[in-house]
Design a protein around this ligand. Structure first.
Ligand SMILES: NC(=O)c1ccc[n+]([C@@H]2O[C@H](COP(=O)([O-])OP(=O)(O)OC[C@H]3O[C@@H](n4cnc5c(N)ncnc54)[C@H](OP(=O)(O)O)[C@@H]3O)[C@@H](O)[C@H]2O)c1
Length: 333
């Protein structure tokens, strides 16, 4: 692997594989607001094999959360990484309280005492003595709550429990307020061909923050595998009716989004890329700070997504052509 394939995890952070691994789906079933928040059937043994393959193919950053499967994703990740801790950087999140027995997210809490408790639980499930990047999972916070969380996170760094911290938010003004804390190293923003986030990217460039990119495949839409006849299972988050699921409705891909993906297919597959590799190549070309973290359920998906490392960022001319098409057919409403 060349240095081109690596990106810095914040101002003084370590270098990580430029494509990371999103571990939401491998958490299996759980609910949010009484609706499904998992990705249908997952096979734990296959999740472990997929993580092992990802390590062999050059991934080193794994993004999970205590919320995913109310702890199951962290447990699976921890068991798959046993004996290979030195090869990886683990990012997890806190902020949604949960009922492990009922597999349900309950409320939100980012108070200092909760952060202390939640970080201990995450470390136990991961089987690790520190977290490389500990992220606030709740995207909107009052300034006061954000400051109290920031101070608590700095004290976790002092205790050696975490190395650095970040915030999963799309609000660049809120993220900017965190720059006063020395170990604030990363934001996690939604960023994909179908959802740009230029204000946050500008902040990352200015402050040398890492930009972890959630939903870089637009929840699978940018793999190019969906068609007008596709139907999502009832146990799939994309069919659960959450207001924030934008590219699917009534258990099927939205026709207008499918049309945009088709309009982009030839450009995304430039240079022998698959559609997913082109989509991830878009994120890599968008800024030197980005680290897309595509989700996965199978070894085939891991192989496809990490193939983007070898293919690299999309060429500038292709990026410009994609912008032209998106200006004509905006999807980011
Ligand atoms: N609030 C937050 O902090 C937040 C929110 C969202 C996501 N995230 C993080 O970001 C990660 C990625 O986002 P995401 O999971 O929402 O969406 P994504 O990466 O855009 O899409 C992931 C899903 O697409 C399908 N897929 C992945 N690679 C594929 C391939 N090569 N070919 C075909 N299908 C493929 C898989 O589902 P199927 O096989 O079922 O289609 C997979 O679960 C998450 O895992 C999580 O770590 C964080």
């Amino acid at each position: 692997m060349t240095m081109m394939d690596k990106r810095k995890l914040g101002p003084n952070g370590p270098k990580v594989g430029a494509v990371g691994m999103g571990c939401w789906a491998i958490g299996g079933h759980f609910t949010l607001d009484g609706r499904n928040d998992g990705w249908g059937q997952v096979d734990d043994a296959q999740s472990v094999r997929s993580i092992e393959l990802a390590l062999d193919l050059g991934a080193s950053l794994f993004d999970t959360a205590d919320a995913y499967g109310t702890g199951h994703s962290e447990s699976i990740l921890g068991s798959a990484l046993k004996g290979r801790r030195d090869e990886v950087f683990v990012a997890t999140k806190f902020g949604f309280t949960y009922d492990e027995g009922a597999k349900a997210l309950v409320a939100t809490d980012v108070s200092p005492s909760y952060i202390d408790w939640a970080s201990g639980k995450s470390l136990k499930r991961l089987g690790m003595d520190h977290i490389d990047l500990y992220q606030i999972h709740v995207g909107d916070l009052s300034d006061d709550a954000a400051d109290r969380a920031g101070e608590a996170l700095e004290s976790l760094v002092d205790k050696g429990r975490i190395r650095a911290w970040g915030w999963s938010t799309d609000n660049a003004a809120s993220a900017r307020r965190m720059l006063k804390y020395p170990h604030f190293a990363a934001v996690q923003q939604e960023l994909s061909v179908l959802c740009d986030g230029k204000d946050m990217l500008a902040l990352c460039a200015e402050a040398d923050l890492a930009s972890l990119n959630r939903s870089p495949l637009a929840m699978g839409m940018l793999s190019g595998k969906f068609s007008a006849s596709s139907r999502l299972g009832k146990d799939d988050v994309r069919a659960a009716g959450h207001s924030w699921v934008r590219f699917f409705a009534d258990g099927r891909p939205k026709p207008e989004t499918l049309a945009v993906v088709e309009a982009l297919r030839d450009l995304l597959t430039t240079g022998g890329r698959t559609v997913a590799q082109g989509a991830l190549g878009w994120n890599l070309a968008r800024s030197p700070h980005t680290v897309p973290i595509p989700g996965f359920k199978t070894e085939a998906q891991v192989r496809d997504n990490l193939g983007a490392l070898e293919k690299g960022p999309l060429p500038a001319a292709v990026m410009a052509e994609i912008s032209g098409i998106l200006r004509a057919e905006p999807v980011d409403a």
